[in-house]
Every structure is written in C-alpha cells, then in structure tokens.
Design a protein around this ligand. Structure first.
Ligand SMILES: Cc1ncc(COP(=O)(O)O)c(C=O)c1O
Length: 426
C-alpha cells in the first residue's frame, strides 16, 4: 500500500509549495526615523528649509578629517581633491583641520575660482587640460597675488602635450611647472614606459621655461580588483614598483631634484591608507572620503563615517496605487511585498543617491525615477507626513554636492551655517 494516496500527495505538495512561497516573501523593512535622523529632520524644519538640501554633519566631517590627518601626519603631504569637495567653506574647513594648502584641481573654472579666492593655494592639476584651457588661464590670470610660476603644476601626460605646453610657455614668456602623469596600472592615461619618459625628460631639460615639479600616479584600480588568488595585493605592489621605477629614472636624469622639493602624488580616497611615506610617493590626495559617500564603503575606509546626506521634503503620502490601467499591479506588489504597500512622493529625485532614512524606503521598479517628484515605496511603518524629510546618501560627492544650492551645516542638533557651493561644472 502506498504511503500517501495521490490526492494526499498533491495536497501535501501544495501546502509545502505555499509555505515555501510565503517564506520567500520579503519581510517588512520599515521603521520610523532612528534618533539621529529624527534630530536632523527637526533641525531642518527649525531652520525653515523646505527644498532638497545637501546636509553636512560637521562633527562627522571633523572626525573624518582627523582620521585622515592621523594617517598622514609626519609621513606624507595631504592634497585635497577639489572636485570631490566643491564648496569653498568646506575646503577651507578641511584645509584648516588638516593644515594643508595643497589642492588637486580638475577643470579651468575651478582653477580660476580657487586661485582668485584663495591665493595661498598650492595647486596640482588632476588631469591634463587641453593647452587652450591653460592658455585661457594665462589670458586672464588671477589678480589675487597667486603666482602660477611657483604655486601651480600643470599635469602633462604625453610628449605631444608637453610640446604644446612648452610652446605656450615660450609664447607667453612664462615659466611653468609641469608634473608628469605616470601610468601605474590604471591605464587611464599617463606615461606608460621609460621610453616615453625619456622623451618627456629631454623636452623638459631642453626648455629653460619648463620646470619639473614631480610625478602623479593614480591607482584607483587596485581596490576594485577582487581579492582572489592575491590579485589585489599583486596589483598594489605593481603600482608601487611602477612608480618607483619612473621616479628612479627621472632622478637619474638631468632633471634630478631633492625629494622634498618634488610633488610625488599618488592615491585617492580608496587607497590613501596603503601609503605611509616609505615608498616613492610623498603625497596622497583625499577628497570623497571626507564626507564618505556610499561608493566609498570599502574595507580600508571602515573607520570613516557618512557625513553628507541629501534631505528632501515629503510632498504626499498614501497607499501605493499604480497608475490607471495597471492598478491591480500595486495590489499584487503590496500583497507580495509589504515594503510596497505605502507610497510617498518626494520633492525632486533621481539623484546619484539611495534612500537611507527612515529605513525601508526604495524606488518603485514599476513607476521609475523622476527628477521632479520621485515616488518611494515602503511599508508605511516609516510614519512619514508631508513636510517631513527623507534622507538619501549620495553614492559619490563629486558633481552631487553642487546640485542643491547652499549646503546646510548640521552640528549639535541645529543647522548652524549655509555654505555656498561651486557652480556645477564638468
Ligand atoms: C588623479 C586623481 N587623484 C585622486 C583622486 C581621488 O579623489 P577622491 O579622494 O575624491 O576619490 C581622483 C579622483 O578622480 C583623481 O582623478
């Protein structure tokens, strides 16, 4: 006799399948604000803010800066990455906290702005600008006292560009400092081998108006390489060796200079911790990590804290109802996933950012993003009302910090300052 009749078997299988399906259903992720964001919400309301606003937590910013400072202190120079912190008071604050005037600049408008407004800056360009952009800089030099021949290093990556800069120096009768970009494995650009370096060295050595200021080797790739079979460690080691080889070559040439007179720049937020001054580089760049957007949630940066959030007002709340024509889809979505039962519309949206508070909010796959009034879905446990704020964490700070007008500075439970940002600029 069979253990189960056919009917019993089908019944048992159906119950098991239903239990399996129920077990797969997402659980409710919603919750009201945790105390940190409840205070931030109150602070923004008390400050009379009613538009999407970038908020910086000053205590967290300070803690991050102190962390970076503790790492570089007495070992390495620190250069602030201007484009990732594109707000003058923010750069000023970090410059004061870390005691550096060094900045890495990536475009002509920000170069003009910085050298005009902060003539004490020491500037290294972070990308090789077309020579016409450099010519524009000399056509309208800052009237601030900034001395480009001492305080500015143009980045050059190929003999062709170096010749263009040399010709510009001759045409302007202008002495120029040049820093050579080297390819230490990222392959984004820079001098890839000693043959090309030899040509670069010759060109500089032959031209009295050009002065070799140092090297820049950026190794953003190493921390992206999976930790499989020692691949990441290998690529870290390779990039340091490539840097050393290039430096040794130039130091054995007529350009030879005292190490402390050179800017030997490397790293960025994800990798600055890999350097301690014992290698070829004597300087690291750090920008994004100071406010730690989510792309920087990486193993080497676990001690640093998110310090920048987008706060945007809730406009409407309610039950999630999909648009006419597909309304039953929202019923089905809500049945399946409790986190799709309630909807709210926020002021703006579609930023390079993800909702983080209150917990359990996410965009709707059904409706899609909107830059005007984005829908977010949740279970309703967030207990939000119109005019409350939703907090999103930017994935990056570059280009995002400048999107919201003045930055609101949050400290001790209040918005204490509003910091103007740089104009949006590629
Ligand atoms: C040359 C160079 N150095 C450093 C950085 C690091 O910037 P951050 O610290 O903001 O990641 C960048 C970022 O693009 C870069 O291009």
């Amino acid at each position: 006799m069979p253990l189960l009749t056919r009917r019993q078997f089908i019944g048992t299988a159906t119950v098991a399948a239903a239990a399996g399906v129920v077990a797969l259903r997402p659980t409710d992720q919603g919750a009201p604000y945790e105390p940190y964001f409840a205070s931030l919400n109150q602070a923004l309301k008390a400050a009379g803010i009613g538009t999407p606003t970038l908020v910086i937590d000053r205590a967290r910013l300070h803690a991050n800066a102190e962390h970076v400072q503790a790492h570089v202190q007495n070992r390495l120079h620190l250069r602030l990455v201007n484009k990732s912190l594109a707000c003058m008071p923010l750069l000023d604050e970090l410059s004061k906290l870390t005691g550096t005037q060094r900045q890495m600049v990536f475009n002509l408008p920000y170069l003009q702005l910085l050298t005009q407004q902060r003539p004490q800056s020491d500037v290294l360009m972070g990308k090789p600008l077309p020579v016409v952009a450099a010519a524009r800089f000399y056509a309208q030099p800052p009237a601030s006292g900034f001395d480009a021949s001492r305080q500015l290093q143009w980045l050059v990556d190929t003999p062709e560009r170096l010749r263009q800069y040399r010709d510009l120096a001759r045409a302007q009768k202008q002495s120029m400092r040049v820093n050579i970009e080297i390819d230490v494995g990222l392959h984004r650009g820079g001098v890839p081998d000693l043959d090309m370096m030899k040509t670069m060295v010759q060109l500089i050595a032959e031209e009295p108006l050009l002065h070799w200021a140092g090297l820049m080797g950026y190794e953003a790739h190493t921390e992206k390489i999976p930790e499989i079979g020692g691949l990441r460690e290998q690529s870290r080691a390779h990039s340091k060796q490539a840097y050393q080889r290039m430096l040794d070559f130039v130091q054995a040439s007529p350009l030879k200079a005292a190490r402390d007179q050179l800017t030997l720049n490397t790293a960025g937020s994800p990798s600055f911790k890999l350097h301690d001054g014992s290698g070829a580089a004597n300087e690291v760049s750090v920008g994004s990590a100071m406010v730690k957007p989510s792309d920087f949630d990486t193993p080497l940066l676990t001690d640093m804290q998110p310090a920048a959030f987008i706060a945007t007002p809730v406009l409407k709340t309610g039950r999630f109802v999909a648009p006419d024509g597909v309304e039953p889809l929202s019923t089905a979505a809500g049945w399946w996933d409790p986190n799709q039962r309630a909807s709210l519309f926020i002021y703006g949206g579609h930023w390079l950012a993800n909702p983080v508070a209150p917990a359990g909010l996410s965009p709707s796959g059904l409706i899609g993003p909107s830059s005007n009034q984005q829908i977010l879905l949740g279970s309703g446990k967030q207990a939000l009302h119109p005019d409350d704020f939703v907090f999103l964490r930017p994935t990056q700070s570059e280009a995002v910090l400048q999107q919201f007008g003045d930055i609101a500075v949050y400290e001790n439970g209040r918005i204490t300052e509003m910091w103007p940002v740089f104009p949006a600029q590629a």
